[in-house]
Design a protein around this ligand. Structure first.
Ligand code: GAF
Length: 385
């Protein structure tokens, strides 16, 4: 837990609203493998991390709700009776979206005050957005005794993202953030929404995230475009989602598709298979095998699915060139954010120093390094300060 942030949000809340708030931590996530497979009803392998959103929340009798984003030194107010989305790109939409979805379901919520701050930068591909949505729905569920299950809550968060933020995301991020388990990664079936927890022990290796510190602007529209390509190919195949397709099925309709779209669908089928192979590799403690699957995943994301960028590719190439990194790939939606790397523990500092220097001289930009722990999902922080 980041005690500094807990102190900061508690102080800001009590100074402003003069009551003691409920404190919530909602984690970001990593994903070992299985990218863009979630909205194809396939498999993913994420886990919640000890970085995320810290929120302070309490009911109010005022006629408006007040929100403070301490990171952005920004605040806004809204009235529950007249909620509308703000222009695309506004951070407020993550919160408004959750409230609007709860109201659509006729959930008996009242006005509330909410102060939050995160310790993952937005755009890092670690899903600060799902963490924020989950913190709002979880907090409101608790305050107004809505009796929502965690599964119901993640679908509300996802709808907020679809309808208010405008990103037609899958369910991986909201699931991982809500259901994370300390020291475990979750092999999630995105159709049944059932997960198998895997205790994570990478022996002499550790997972390290390297943030490119870039987020290319087309990312949201490109994301939605990829989703609609997949959906239209599923329709052509007369199946519910690409999860149900084989490479043979795709081959049969090859002439009906552009070569680019053929490659995109092929990537999804192959990536989904890689998740299965990765879980077998983890069970067999075949870390080299797992690392190779990560490299292959990246290759597909960059060459077939085309959601990578120069900065991510550079970091993965640097990792590949090192004797001490056994796997690396871009993580999340793409077009910036982090790579996830499996690095030999004894050589981590050496590897990271070299990669950081090379990145700086290539892009004249610093990358950031995060060594994260797998942690529990969205929960109330019991200790108050
Ligand atoms: C983003 C989305 F929000 C997820 O649903 C998932 O599709 C991911 O990109 C790519 O795997 O994080």
């Amino acid at each position: 837990m980041n005690q500094l942030i807990i102190n900061e949000i508690t102080k800001a809340f009590t100074n402003t609203f003069k009551v003691k708030p409920l404190l919530i931590f909602s984690p970001g996530r990593i994903n070992i493998i299985g990218e863009h497979t979630d909205y194809n009803e396939g498999f993913v392998f994420p886990g919640a991390v000890n970085k995320g959103i810290y929120a302070a929340i309490e009911k109010t009798n005022h006629s408006k709700s007040t929100i403070y984003a301490l990171d952005k030194k920004s605040s806004f107010q809204f009235n529950l009776k007249s909620i509308t989305a703000l222009p695309e790109g506004s951070w407020e939409n993550y919160i408004l979206g959750v409230v609007a979805e709860l109201l659509k379901l006729n959930k008996p919520i009242g006005n509330f005050n909410f102060v939050f701050k995160g310790d993952i930068p937005a755009g890092a591909g670690m899903s600060s957005s799902a963490a924020l949505e989950n913190s709002v729905v979880f907090g409101l569920n608790n305050l107004f005794n809505l009796k929502l299950t965690k599964t119901e809550m993640i679908f509300i968060s996802q709808k907020a993202e679809h309808n208010y933020v405008g990103v037609k995301c899958g369910i991986m991020d909201q699931y991982a953030s809500m259901f994370g388990k300390k020291n475990y990664a979750l092999l999630l079936d995105c159709r049944s929404i059932k997960a198998k927890p895997f205790k994570i022990d990478f022996e002499n290796y550790q997972l390290v995230l390297i943030n490119t510190n870039v987020k290319h602007s087309l990312s949201d529209s490109a994301y939605n475009n990829r989703r609609s390509v997949c959906e239209s190919i599923s329709k052509t195949l007369k199946i519910k989602a690409l999860r149900d397709a084989t490479e043979g099925d795709l081959k049969r309709i090859e002439n009906d598709l552009t070569p680019e779209n053929y490659q995109k669908a092929l990537f999804i089928i192959q990536e989904n298979n890689r998740v299965q192979k990765a879980s077998a590799a983890m069970l067999n403690k075949d870390l080299i095998g797992l690392g190779n699957l990560m490299y292959k995943s990246h290759e597909g994301l960059t060459k077939q699915y085309k959601v990578s960028c120069n900065e991510l590719d550079f970091l993965v190439d640097e990792a590949k060139a090192s004797n001490y990194v056994i796997g690396a790939r871009m993580m999340g939606g793409g077009f910036g954010g982090c790579t996830i790397n499996l690095i030999e523990k004894n050589h981590t500092t050496e590897v990271l120093t070299k990669v950081s220097q090379a990145y700086k001289s290539k892009f004249n930009l610093d990358c950031s390094i995060y060594i994260v722990e797998l942690t529990n999902g969205t929960h109330v922080i019991s200790q108050t300060t």
